[in-house]
Structure formats: C-alpha cells, structure tokens
Write a protein that binds this ligand. Structure first.
Ligand SMILES: O=C(COP(=O)(O)O)[C@@H](O)CO
Length: 243
C-alpha cells in the first residue's frame, strides 16, 4: 500500500531511463505495484523488459465479490504475473492454503505467471518447524493447478520473521537450504523443480550473498526497492556478481 500515481510515474521514469547495459541480458526484472497504478505502470513499462504484476487476485473470473479483483481484470490492466499468498494477506485477510491453491490455479488457467509466497512464522521457526510449514504450503499451492497446460508458477520463500520493519534477514545458508528442499519437493511432485526466489529484508548489503546461493533463483525485494535507484542499484550489484 505504497505509491501515489505521481510517485509510480516517477519510479517508472527512472526505470525507463536506466542504463540497460549495466545489467546482464539474463536479468529478468519485475515490479508488482498496487491495483490503483497497475494499468499505468504496465503502460509505462510495456516497451521495456520489465514484467509487471498484480499483488493479488480472486479465484473467480467475475461476479458478486464486491471489493475483489479477478485475474482477467488484472490481465486486462497489463499484468503478466500475479502474486498470491503474501504473508500479510495470510495474516490480516484470512488467506488460507485453500484460497492460495484456488488463486494459483486461476492465475495459471489464464496463462499468467503465479508468484506464490510461502514462509514460516516466527513461532514455526523457533519450534524448528520451518520444513513442515513450507512443505504444507508448497503442496497446497500446487494442488489445484492444471500442470498439463504449461503452467507458469514461481515460488517465493519469504520467512514471515524476515519481512518488513523489524524483520531479521535470513542467513544466506539457511535460506539456501530451504530453497534446496522446496526445489527437491517440487521436482519430486511435478517431475521438474519450480524456480524459487527469496524475499524478506533483502538490502544492498546482503543481496549479492543471497543471489550467489546455489538454490536461490532470484530476489523479491520490498523496502529496498521502493526507491527506483535502490532497486536498480541492487540489480546492478547482483548482475555484476553473477557475471
Ligand atoms: O514483503 C516482501 C519483502 O519486504 P521487505 O521490505 O523487503 O522485507 C516481499 O513480498 C517483497 O515486497
């Protein structure tokens, strides 16, 4: 719940003016703005290589669901990707493993990429139940998807204890171990592993160490990327380190 229209415009202008040669052709950038600026940001960035996504979508295509927004609607606004199951949605808006499963299937059904967030709470982490929590969420997220249709699903490991103000960044080795397990689990269930990106207090000081981890396929950045220069700085550092 950040950015006015004017602020989103300024962010996009900086992104468009950025020196493309400072990053590798392999770098895939994405931004996931609020609904209020989704169409505008998608228009701004449509001639660029930056993917634009929505922060949520309902599992039904249309109907009497006042206040909700559907996958066809966000696709109509220019979204190519939809984030599902962020921990704040799970904590404050009663998002469950079941609704995450329905939403993930809806995103895939419409040909968009589902970016599904999973993560252990502080209590689960302290109790040594990280693996169990992640396995439960992964199995739920993939359970309703029609995998025969060329489904595009990316997982985001976002430890709840690492997100936002007061969050503790995960140690790269710890995050890498979770990613390794998640990838092995998806390979076992689907025949090929899903990509897994890491999110939670990613910042200029830890981005390279995280990105260099063998099983971390990308970074999902909040506060350190709200400012376009901060975002581009991390992209430049990471792509330089990855060669
Ligand atoms: O919530 C996220 C991480 O936020 P940070 O501010 O980087 O901790 C993730 O979903 C990216 O928005």
């Amino acid at each position: 719940m950040n950015k006015t229209i004017a602020e989103a415009d300024a962010f996009c202008e900086t992104l468009k003016a950025s020196d493309r040669s400072r990053r590798s052709d392999d770098a895939q950038l994405f931004v996931i703005p609020p609904f209020t600026v989704l169409h505008r940001v998608a228009e701004h960035l449509k001639e660029t290589d930056v993917i634009v996504g929505a922060q949520n979508a309902h599992w039904k295509d249309a109907g009497a669901w006042t206040g909700e927004v559907s996958v066809p609607q966000v696709r109509d606004c220019g979204a190519a990707l939809v984030e599902i199951g962020h921990s704040e949605r799970r904590t404050y808006f009663n998002e469950t493993d079941e609704t995450v499963a329905l939403k993930t299937a809806a995103v895939v059904r419409h040909g968009l990429t589902a970016l599904v967030c999973i993560g252990d709470t502080r209590e689960e982490y302290d109790a040594g139940r990280t693996e169990e929590a992640l396995e439960r969420q992964v199995l739920a997220a993939i359970s309703e998807v029609d995998w025969a249709s060329g489904a595009k699903v990316i997982l985001a490991y976002e430890p709840v204890w690492s997100i936002g103000e007061g969050g503790t960044p995960a140690e790269p080795d710890f995050a890498d171990a979770q990613h390794k397990r998640i990838k092995a689990l998806t390979a076992d269930k689907l025949g090929a592993s899903l990509s897994v990106v890491y999110g939670g207090s990613v910042n200029p000081g830890n981005c390279v160490d995280l990105a260099l981890c063998e099983h971390i396929d990308g970074l999902f950045i909040g506060r350190s990327a709200w400012n376009a220069d901060g975002y581009l700085g991390i992209v430049a550092d990471v792509t330089a380190a990855l060669g």
